[in-house]
Ligand binder design. Sequence first.
Ligand code: DHB
Ligand code: FE
Length: 285
Amino acid sequence: MTATEHPPTAAGAGASATQVFRSARTEDHATPAVSAERTSDVVSAVLDGVHAAIRAKKVTYPEFQAAKQWLIEVGEGGEWPLLLDVFVEHVVEEVASEERNGTKGSILGPYYLPGRPKLPSVTQLPMRPGEKGVPLVFTGQVRDLDGDPVPGAELDIWHADDEGYYSGFAAHVPEGNLRGVVVCDGQGRFEISTIKPAPYQIPTDGPTGELIEAAGWHPWRPAHLHLIVRAPGYRRITTQLYFEGGDWLDDDVARATKPELVLDPQPRGDGGLLARYDFVLERAR
Ligand code: DHB
Ligand code: FE
């Protein structure tokens, strides 16, 4: 574990994530109208799975009561977004991406903040003076399935700092730090100066962390950049990019890595890194 002055607190991150989820649903995550038939169908399947696990594992009354107590704490700690995004969202994304082409998607996670300021195609993400971390230039192009550039593409990008904290969810990180909406040039190109994020640790002091510890699992996600790539007339892609050779790449607690989403940054000669990635969007249907 990385020793830091600001251990991640579940209370801070969880409560903020719950508040953000309530106030700012993204287009892809708006509440749909669901029929009684669909509700019954899906909820019955979920309950069947729970019942089957109880029978298979011969779950006892004390275990059932401990589970209830824990679930109450997940709610009280505001940790539902953290818990669901880390343990469940990857399968929702897998299903959603079955009928999609272009760049692979990944989970949104609990730390997206919409409405960040627009930045030009060659830009630096907002950061503190002397922001810690290895400087990273992230460059590439947004193209369509035919390989033609997509004009007017935007990269909504957000990532953790060099200690694994996200602005908006850690009190000591300034608002808007390492977040922005980069507007690509007429050829869909972008060049973003930032720093390489650190691996992210699920806050260990809340109920999600307690479960991870009780089960003997680890709380880490590999270092990653979050992106929503969008352009008028195209389906938006919510994805993440990882770093070749990084810790936890093959053992992400959120199971959200894909081999196609790994950057291979090269040294620039000045102590910094240069990573290139081209995105492919498909037309909206
Ligand atoms: C969680 C945090 C992340 O940064 C992420 O990308 C996915 C999930 C979480 O704490 O649940
Ligand atoms: Fe993340």
